[in-house]
Design a protein around this ligand. Structure first.
Ligand SMILES: *Cc1c(COP(=O)(O)O)cnc(C)c1O
Length: 463
């Protein structure tokens, strides 16, 4: 008899007839004994049911559906460590190919001369891009015999990773606040915050809060003029977490990438519209000289030398392999078809939700203006009888997660609600969601709420 097994338990007990499943599983103390793997699996698997259905999570930008071949490759790559370039040379080669393909996709003047690497996501990529900006600025200040103690970074209303970057690395963050009617960086607002201590300007291609693209080309033009008049040469790093895998396929005319000489580096999330499984991002620099030597660790690779630029050491390789699979599998044509479908669905959702009555659309998923997402607010002055938090709460009864949140400074008073349309949010699912929103409105009409849920009471996460 196994230790810990009661005398009336047998090896062939049904899973839910076993002792393991009829006791509380340990939650605080490190367990003493082993369990049957089927039992441990059932315990963990069942608990995860309460996470909800990720496909109905319309808050996330990340992938929640993958082809069976991706699942298979992830399984086959469970042992691949990205850091062991010598031990897994083909995984390293696949990463290098992805970097070359991305530099080509983002129109690097000489894709063979551009450099980059995979990361765990855009956050790590942003740290690396930001560090490179800081080091380049320091080098140029030192060369002029000037102080390097007051670096600043100019951004629009950004994702939290840039707050982390500036705080962790002691950089003054000059974040352009939103104003009613202006929710993005403009060339004028960016320029007015630039000075000799500005390490760079970071526009976002697909702002977290609304999904809109910031005007990279116009900002680059303004910085060109600043250089002519003042001599200040301020680089751009584009946070293209979402847009980097959308604009090249769906808005190829939009100039936001290395076609603009002032754009020195770009980050993007492979696990968002790159369609790779969770855990991969990318950063690329226009030329080798844009990545300062101090950030590079040279590692041995099949007798040769290879660049290693990363915050992490060990890191799973499957996501990078699957990114390559996606590039091969889909090509530009495949990415365009999938993303165009998402844009069309987002635009349709915007029209349908507009027609429901109480809502005003803030962004409607227009292809060249942002990502396949939409967001809306309650019509000002309308006595809707419910808040967007109430609506989010009601939709959750049907499994939908449609986040409501307040905008950042200086629009903190404004609550909006957002839907991200990504691979797997099909037309049919979208229309079922509209039906459920309609039913929620009927419900609120029949059961008026007083008082409504507040931002603090409502659940939800929207980054
Ligand atoms: C998602 C996102 C990030 C963070 O990216 P991760 O891949 O989640 O680390 C940064 N910036 C923007 C604009 C984003 O949308």
């Amino acid at each position: 008899m196994q230790k810990g097994r009661k005398s009336n338990e047998r090896f062939d007990d049904g899973i839910y007839g076993s002792g393991d499943l009829s006791r509380n599983a340990p939650k605080q103390k490190f367990p003493n004994q082993e369990r049957d793997p089927r039992h441990a699996y059932a315990i963990v698997h069942d608990e995860l049911m309460l996470d909800g259905n990720s496909r109905q999570n319309l808050a996330t930008f990340c992938q929640t559906w993958e082809e069976p071949e991706v699942h298979k490759l992830m399984d086959e790559c469970i042992d691949k460590n990205m850091v062991d370039k010598d031990e897994y040379p083909q995984t390293a080669e696949i990463e290098a190919r992805c970097v070359r393909m991305l530099c080509d996709l983002w129109n690097a003047p000489r894709p063979e001369g551009a450099v980059g690497c995979s990361t765990t996501g855009s956050s790590e990529a942003a740290m690396l891009g930001g560090m490179a900006m800081k080091r380049r600025w320091e080098a140029s200040r030192r060369a002029q015999g000037k102080a390097i103690d007051k670096p600043n970074l100019v951004t629009g209303p950004v994702q939290v990773c840039w707050h982390k970057f500036t705080r962790y690395w002691d950089i003054e963050h000059r974040e352009i606040p939103m104003e009613p009617g202006r929710m993005l960086m403009t060339p004028e607002e960016a320029l007015s915050r630039c000075d000799e201590n500005t390490i760079g300007v970071t526009p976002t291609l697909g702002v977290t809060f609304t999904g809109q693209y910031e005007p990279v080309k116009a900002v680059a033009g303004a910085l060109d003029r600043l250089q002519e008049t003042s001599g200040l040469d301020i680089p751009i790093h584009v946070d293209a977490a979402s847009g980097g895998f959308l604009a090249p396929f769906c808005s190829p005319e939009l100039e936001w990438d290395f076609r603009l000489p002032r754009v020195k580096s770009i980050n993007a999330s492979g696990h968002k519209f790159g369609l790779a499984p969770l855990g991969v991002g990318w950063v690329a620099w226009r030329e080798q000289t844009d990545l300062p030597e101090e950030l590079i660790f040279w590692v041995n690779y099949l007798g040769g030398n290879m660049r290693d630029t990363a915050l992490n050491f060990s890191r799973p390789g499957g996501q990078v392999v699957c990114q390559y699979y996606n590039f091969l599998r889909l090509g530009k044509e495949g990415y365009r078809k999938i993303h165009d479908g998402c844009y069309a669905t987002a635009q349709l959702l915007a029209r349908e939700i507009q027609q429901l009555g109480p809502f005003e659309i803030v962004f409607d998923g227009q292809t060249d203006a942002g990502i396949p997402a939409l967001c809306w607010k309650l019509k000002p002055g309308a006595e809707a009888g419910f808040s967007l938090y109430d609506l989010a709460d009601r939709l959750r009864c049907r499994g939908w997660q449609v986040p409501a949140y307040t905008l950042p400074a200086n629009c903190q008073q404004q609550t909006i609600q957002r839907i991200l349309v990504r691979q797997g949010v099909s037309r049919d699912l979208a229309m079922m969601l509209v039906d459920d929103i309609r039913q929620a409105l009927d419900y609120f009409a029949r059961h008026p709420l007083a008082p409504s849920l507040t931002s603090e009471e409502a659940s939800g996460f929207h980054h």
